[in-house]
Design a binder for this molecule. Structure first.
Ligand SMILES: Cc1cc2nc3c(=O)[nH]c(=O)nc-3n(C[C@H](O)[C@H](O)[C@H](O)COP(=O)(O)O)c2cc1C
Length: 209
């Protein structure tokens, strides 16, 4: 755990929300899989991983999303659009992670039942159910963007879309929150990358006690 990942500094500095993607440069499926399979190392509540991803690759389908995503050009230009979903019911007993916890002796069936019952209760409040889904899946989204950058793949996160229409388009259940969309591909080198805007730093945002 004490090993230094020098490379991360570069990844963090280089990641940008890229506006212009090269529409002629494909994102190879093997690389996309590699990115996702590393990004899922993101932490989640009870390791429940209450998330799903829709990878929209076809131009036709991306056009349909574009119509529901404020006509954001990057949805059409980037070869892959990832739709990050948070599952409000991801903590339920059918999640195989519970079985793993029992198998490993971390929890027993009785304890699992109690934890799920507690979650069922708190998630009757829709705000809490949504927060559970969005908090967890947002961490996955960030992990995807940083991992993509590690492999030279550019991204752009978006929440400018009609969630209800998107849910309808992909026939998603009510348990899913459409957390974010991420365009992924390669920056169009013929375009100019906007300079990064100011970031608030430690003294601006941290209150010490
Ligand atoms: C949750 C979230 C939603 C965003 N939604 C949009 C969006 O709908 N459209 C857009 O052009 N940019 C969107 N952005 C990109 C931000 O504008 C961008 O991250 C910010 O200006 C900082 O720039 P940087 O990512 O290049 O450092 C979003 C970013 C985040 C984190």
């Amino acid at each position: 755990m004490t090993e230094e990942c020098v490379d991360f500094l570069e990844v963090a500095k280089k990641r940008r929300s890229v506006y212009h993607f090269d529409p002629d440069k494909e994102l190879e499926n093997d690389l996309l899989k590699k990115i996702i399979n590393l990004a899922v190392l993101a932490p989640s509540s009870y390791n429940m991983q209450p998330w799903r991803i829709i990878a929209v690759k076809s131009q036709e389908k991306r056009q349909e999303v574009y119509d529901r995503a404020c006509s954001q050009q990057k949805v059409l230009d980037a070869p892959v659009l990832l739709i990050i979903l948070g599952d409000k019911e991801g903590y339920k007993r059918k999640n195989p992670i519970w079985d793993e916890k029992i198998r490993l002796g971390k929890l027993n069936e009785d304890k699992v039942r109690k934890v799920i019952r507690r979650n069922d209760k708190s998630k009757q409040d829709p705000t809490k159910a949504t927060a559970f889904a969005v908090r967890n899946s947002s961490l996955l989204a960030m992990s995807i963007m940083l991992t993509a950058q590690r492999f030279g793949v550019n991204t752009h996160p978006m929440i400018g879309f009609n969630a209800a229409e998107t849910r309808k388009l992909f026939d998603l259940g009510e348990n899913f929150e459409v957390t974010m969309m991420i365009s992924a591909g390669y920056f169009d080198q013929n375009k100019e990358l906007k300079s990064r805007e100011t970031r608030f730093e430690y003294d601006d945002i941290v209150e010490e006690y």
